[in-house]
Design a protein around this ligand. Sequence first.
Ligand code: KIV
Ligand code: ZN
Length: 517
Amino acid sequence: MEMVKIFDTTLRDGEQSPGASMTIEEKIKVAKQLEKLRVDIIEAGFAAASPGDFEAINMIAKEVKDSTICSLARALEKDIEAAAKAIEPAPLKRIHTFIATSPIHMKYKLRMSPDEVIKRAVDAVKYARSFVDDVEFSCEDAGRSEMSFLKEIISAVIEAGAKTINIPDTVGYRFPTEMGAMIKELVDYFPKDITFSVHCHNDLGLATANSLYSILNGARQVECTINGLGERAGNAALEEIVMAIKVRRDLFDGIDTRINTKEIYPTSRLVASVTGIEPQPNKAIVGRNAFAHESGIHQDGVLKHKETYEIMKAEDIGLDVKDTIVLGKHSGRHAFKKKLEALGFSDISEDELNELFMKFKKLADKKKEIYDEDILALINEASDKTPKVYELISLQLSDCSEGMPSAAAKIKYEDKIFTDAAIGEGTIDAVFKVIDRISGINGRLLDYKVEAVSEGKDALAKVMVKVIFDENKPAVMGHGLSIDTMLASAKAYINALNNYLHMKDLLAKKISYKDSI
Ligand code: KIV
Ligand code: ZN
């Protein structure tokens, strides 16, 4: 069997999706889940991009043992040094360096001649090889590069020590037949011990098709993301590539991946909940409707014989459609534990189980029916390990019909309770203002989203905020969950504040990190 390596870039290219930024703790959680999914390589970030990225890669490198940990680096010494240092603790490590190779990128973006680009690429690969054996080189915008130049630069970087050559269709321009032909020409031209990889963007909705055609033509690594997250229209979706190979064994004869497909659904849910970006309902494989049959004719067919309308089993991606446990306020700890197992959380510790069970009981007191989505939201909330410097104790809102919306809050900080009140332009404004007054840190709200976690009037509200607390520092995200939208909003804002304080701590560390290299 020939194996295709799955290179997951959810934490790097995926995080470049607008609004998809993750905290360090969230990235570690996703990386551990990707390891469970058995991806071959985790591109954990771009170490030189920010201290937060560096820290996240470094911590992932300490935690993950079974997947190779990779950092992206431009073809620059300082990027390669940061990448090497960040991945240093990983048992399996890779540096991924890149430079643009298309005429348009070389002329307008890099302002470099083709010869200068080759020299920079060779120097970068050699330098990366001085830190690690496993070096990948990407020809950025390869999809619009000239074949003769690609052959020239690839020959030079192989000579310099690159073992994996990635051919990105950076702007999602190529068609499957073209991508396949390009890969075939390169695979036939270069020695067999070089792994050719593809990295396809989805601007024309062809990323998965382009990746699959590349595999059929000799690519033995694909770069992809969970739920197809990524820059602009996103990257090829991991779940689509892996399941296409599995379902169409007839076409992919003798080719396989080492992915544990039963972890696809739990991974997709985790990524959706930490990024706040839900896959569209009709998204292939992991969308809410991917295994739902609405039409009477289809329902009838599926009830008579599943394969009339289903080409794969929901169980294969870890979606337990036979899970019949319905939770409510009378459910006990045992049923709750069984539900967690059915949702893919079987390795939860006793302490975590107790904490979650307590939260579930509190919710069940207020809400008639508890859906799987409610439980998943509770799990996600409980797994947020950002230090809770500020904690909401209570919130009281005035009647806003008189045109003077106000909020009073009690907030815990360093074991003391602080109380204050504020008037705002609207109720949410008043809520955020009172938190600013108590913390003494003023936030500027950039984005606010609220969505119902499940069905019904008593659905849990999930609020996401994006806030700037210091104009010289990046914006931070915050999430809050409650049956009451205002409470969820207050919790989300406080969560953003805590994330900001945590980020500030890390930025302080960056000074010592920078001094050390
Ligand atoms: O799309 C792209 O070209 C990339 C490279 C950095 C691999 O993301
Ligand atoms: Zn990309």
